[in-house]
Design a protein around this ligand. Structure first.
Ligand SMILES: [Zn+2]
Ligand SMILES: [Zn+2]
Length: 177
């Protein structure tokens, strides 16, 4: 983990506990051009994820952050925090909140954020990593034995975050997307 993990907890707390009215008040503090950029990037991220979901035949679901399993939400929030405070590693396109576009990160490469062009950088480094549960660390035997990794995708603003969970750790109420 890079940067300040306390900032991750503060950001997570904000996401989980902030009421709609407070969120509106916070948005009113942000300069309009920055808000427009962030909203546009989040909209683009959602469009991209929607296409993937459609190709996979899985519906997109809007969940309140509090409804997402804590381990998964905190991993995604930590990735977002690392991007926002500049402490994460990035691809050569130098993703930065000053040029807000959809960004991608994953549980198996913590501290790395890339733009869409470089999404192949997020491939798991080997088959063992590909079969490792991001929650409990167990290496699954493989889909052929009924013990495969379930892919999980979470979108948080402009960030699309991927993780994989074993059958025991898979958030059952979220489906696979
Ligand atoms: Zn790139
Ligand atoms: Zn697991």
């Amino acid at each position: 983990m890079t940067g300040d993990p306390r900032a991750t907890l503060a950001l997570d707390d904000l996401l989980v506990t902030t009421s709609t009215a407070t969120a509106s008040a916070l948005r009113a503090q942000v300069p309009a051009h920055l808000l427009d950029q962030a909203d546009a990037a989040a909209g683009d991220a959602r469009t991209l994820l929607g296409r993937v979901a459609e190709a996979m035949g899985k519906p997109l679901r809007d969940l309140h952050p509090a409804a997402v399993d804590g381990w998964l939400r905190l991993s995604a929030v930590d990735a977002l925090r690392g991007f926002l405070d500049g402490s994460c590693r990035v691809c050569l396109h130098n993703p930065t909140p000053r040029r807000y576009e959809p960004i991608f990160a994953c549980a198996w490469w913590p501290g790395l954020a890339v733009y869409q062009h470089c999404i192949t950088l997020l491939r798991a480094p080997n088959q063992v990593a590909d079969a490792t549960c991001d929650r409990c660390g167990r290496v699954c035997a493989g889909p052929a034995t009924g013990d495969g990794i379930h892919p999980l995708t979470l979108q948080l603003g402009a960030l699309t975050f991927n993780a994989g969970a074993c059958l025991d750790c898979r958030p059952h109420d979220m489906g696979q997307l």
